[in-house]
Design a protein around this ligand. Structure first.
Ligand code: PMP
Length: 363
C-alpha cells in the first residue's frame, strides 16, 4: 500500500531526494565517508554550503544586498533571535493571526515591549485576516512581525507587505516556516524572512534566515553569539559547527525544486492540490473548513467533521488506507492535511477519494 504522510512537520520530503541521500549515505562523492562525517571546514563541505546558499538565492531571486543564514534552533529559535538582534527603541509591533504568531509574542515580550494587534476577523464561523492596509503599525516600532502561514490554523496571508501603510523605516519581519518556497514572493518586500526547515526544506532543528544587510548593524554584542545575525553572517553560518547534514539535504531539495521548474512551477502544483481538497470539503455534507476563502492556506488544509464523534474513526480508517498524520493540532482539534511541496497530487487525490468513501459509509 502506498502511504501518504500529511504530517505538518517534520514533514515528508521528496522521495527522489531521499533516495539520493540513501544511495550516497555511506560513501559521499567517492570520499569513502558519509557527508555527516566530514569537517564543516573541508573544501568538499564548503562547496555544499555555497551551493545551498546559491540554490536558495536563485530559487527565491534573493538580491545581493540580502544574506542567507543557516541557523540552529528551528523556527522558535528565531522567536528569540529576531527581537534580540533587531531591538532598537524597545517596542515592536506583532500581528497575531493564529497559534504561531501568538507564541512569537510570548517570546518577544521577554526582550522588548510587544504591541500586539490581533488581526483575525470571524464572520459566520469563518476566519479571515484584516487587510494589511488596516494594520495600525506605529512608525516608532523597531520592526513589525507576522506569520505568513499559520500552520496550525490553516490561515495564509497572500497580500504583499507593500499593502502596509507604515513606511519602510519599520523593518518587515515574517515567519515563513510553513510556506517558504511554496509560492513566489518578492523578497525585497520584506527585510527579514525566517523559516524552520522541517516542512519545505529539510530536517528539523535548522532555520533559514534571509536578511536585508542593512539590518545587520543592529546586532549588538550583548546578543548571545550563536543567535547573533552579524556574527553568523561574518562566519558564513559556521560560528558553531553547523547542522551539516541538514544543510546538505537542503541543497538537494533546492536542486530538486530547480529541476522541477522552480518556485513558479511548484506554486501552480500547490494551487492545484489545494483547490482539489478545498473543493472536496466544500462539496461535502460531512466536512467543513472554517477559513474565509481569501486566507485559505495552500499548505495546511484544516477541516472539521460536522459529526465530531466520527473523528477517531476517520483517523483510524484513514491510516488503514495509507493516509497518515491527518489529525489536527491538539489545540484546535479536527483534521489537518499538510500538503507541502513534496506531496504529490496523487496523495491529495487519494485523500479526497478516502474522504468521499468515508462520508458515504457514515451517512
Ligand atoms: N513558526 C511556524 C509557522 C511553525 O509552523 C513552526 C513549527 N511548526 C514554528 C514556528 C516553530 O518551529 P520549531 O518547532 O522548528 O521551533
Amino acid at each position: 500500500m502506498t502511504v501518504y504522510n500529511f504530517c505538518a512537520g517534520p514533514a515528508m520530503l521528496p522521495k527522489e531526494v531521499m533516495q539520493k541521500v540513501q544511495s550516497e549515505l555511506l560513501d559521499w562523492q567517492n570520499t569513502g565517508c558519509s557527508v555527516m562525517e566530514m569537517s564543516h571546514r573541508s573544501p568538499e563541505f564548503i562547496e555544499v554550503y555555497e551551493q545551498a546558499v546559491a540554490g536558495l538565492k536563485s530559487l527565491m531571486k534573493i538580491p545581493d544586498d540580502y544574506s542567507v543564514l543557516f541557523m540552529q534552533g528551528g523556527g522558535r529559535g528565531q522567536f528569540s533571535s529576531v527581537p534580540l538582534n533587531l531591538k532598537k527603541n524597545g517596542k515592536a509591533h506583532y500581528v497575531t493571526t493564529g497559534l504561531w504568531s501568538e507564541d512569537a509574542v510570548v517570546e518577544g515580550n521577554k526582550f522588548l515591549t510587544v504591541e500586539e494587534q490581533d488581526c483575525r476577523v470571524v464572520v459566520n464561523g469563518k476566519t479571515s485576516i484584516l487587510p494589511l492596509a488596516e494594520w495600525n503599525v506605529s512608525e516608532e516600532s523597531d520592526f513589525i512581525h507576522y506569520c505568513l502561514n499559520e500552520t496550525v490554523d490553516g490561515i495564509e496571508i497572500f497580500e504583499s507587505a507593500n499593502q502596509l501603510l507604515v513606511t519602510r523605516d519599520v523593518p518587515r519581519v515574517i515567519d515563513m516556516s510553513s510556506n517558504i518556497l511554496s509560492r513566489v514572493i518578492d523578497v525585497t518586500d520584506y527585510d527579514l524572512i525566517y523559516a524552520g526547515a522541517q516542512k519545505n526544506i529539510g530536517p528539523s532543528g535548522m532555520a533559514i534566515v534571509i536578511i536585508n544587510n542593512a539590518l545587520l548593524n543592529r546586532s549588538s554584542e550583548s546578543v548571545p553569539t550563536f543567535l547573533n545575525y552579524a556574527i553568523t553572517k561574518a562566519k558564513d553560518s559556521m560560528y558553531n559547527t553547523p547542522p551539516t547534514f541538514a544543510i546538505y539535504l537542503s541543497k538537494l531539495v533546492f536542486d530538486w525544486l530547480q529541476k522541477n521548474g522552480g518556485v513558479e512551477a511548484i506554486e501552480q502544483k500547490n494551487r492545484d492540490k489545494a483547490a482539489i481538497l478545498y473543493q472536496a470539503i466544500d462539496n461535502s455534507e460531512l466536512y467543513e473548513n472554517r477559513v474565509a476563502e481569501q486566507n485559505r492556506s495552500l499548505m495546511n488544509v484544516t477541516f472539521y467533521l460536522k459529526d465530531e464523534s466520527l473523528n477517531q474513526c476517520f483517523i483510524d480508517e484513514a491510516k488503514a488506507n495509507g493516509i497518515v498524520a491527518i489529525e489536527g493540532h491538539r489545540s484546535v482539534g479536527g483534521m489537518r492535511a499538510s500538503i507541502y511541496n513534496a506531496m504529490p497530487i496523487e496523495g491529495v487525490k487519494a485523500l479526497v477519494e478516502f474522504m468521499k468513501t468515508f462520508e458515504l459509509k457514515h451517512k
